[in-house]
Design a protein around this ligand. Structure first.
Ligand SMILES: N[C@@H](CCC(=O)N[C@@H](CS)C(=O)NCC(=O)O)C(=O)O
Length: 191
């Protein structure tokens, strides 16, 4: 679990706590600084030589400077965007190209089937994540949902023989209702 050192009245601590809240991260905040003191004691200075708050501890990793901490948290928890690029996208691409962009007589059925198997495996990983969180990175929609939801959209259209994935379906139902998704994705022909 991450630890945030710093009194909650500090605007710089508030940046970090807001980010932690938006990402819905398990955390502990420890009062330091202001009337709580301790920020100029050797133990704290060993983590943060400036003697200022906030300081973040994440599994042995220590970081100070509030904006650096916000960037770190955002980057760490946006890893699902890269999962779309490296796992879900490459699995689904042969299925999409094969079934949507290639005439039936020219289709590579082995590549399509292999892509379907890999995409189902990826969507099971996504389903397991969505068993733990309402959206991909927590209780609220984040930028991480966008690339991943597009994969789920195409998967649901192209792989009707998919297994039942209840958490993915529950999440996707909320995605489908979003006006921007309706306008910029659902309303566009699937070609
Ligand atoms: N650039 C630093 C500034 C940190 C800073 O100035 N923190 C103030 C509180 S806003 C502080 O530690 N003051 C001493 C104290 O609270 O005792 C950051 O963004 O983290």
């Amino acid at each position: 679990m991450i630890k945030i050192w710093g009194r909650n009245t500090s605007v710089n601590v508030q940046k970090v706590m807001w980010a932690v809240g938006e990402l819905d991260l398990a955390h502990e905040r420890i009062d330091v600084g202001g009337s709580f003191g301790k920020n100029n004691e050797p133990a704290y200075l060993a983590m943060n030589p400036n003697g200022l708050v906030p300081t973040l501890q994440d599994d042995g990793f220590v970081l100070w400077e509030s904006n650096s901490i916000v960037r770190y948290l955002a980057a760490k928890h946006s890893s699902w965007m890269d999962w779309q690029l490296t796992v879900a996208g490459p699995a689904l691409t042969p299925v999409f190209w094969g079934l949507v962009r290639t005439p039936p007589e020219k289709r590579d059925h082995a590549a399509i089937e292999s892509g379907k198997i890999k995409t189902i495996a990826a969507m099971k990983v996504l389903d397991a994540q969505l068993a733990a969180t309402a959206f991909i990175a927590g209780d609220a929609l984040s930028m991480g949902d966008i690339p991943v939801a597009l994969m789920a959209y195409r998967f649901r259209r192209l792989v009707p023989e998919r297994p039942q994935l209840d958490h993915l379906e529950r999440w996707f139902t909320t995605i489908e209702q979003r006006p921007a998704f309706k306008q910029h994705v659902l309303a566009i022909p699937f070609v």
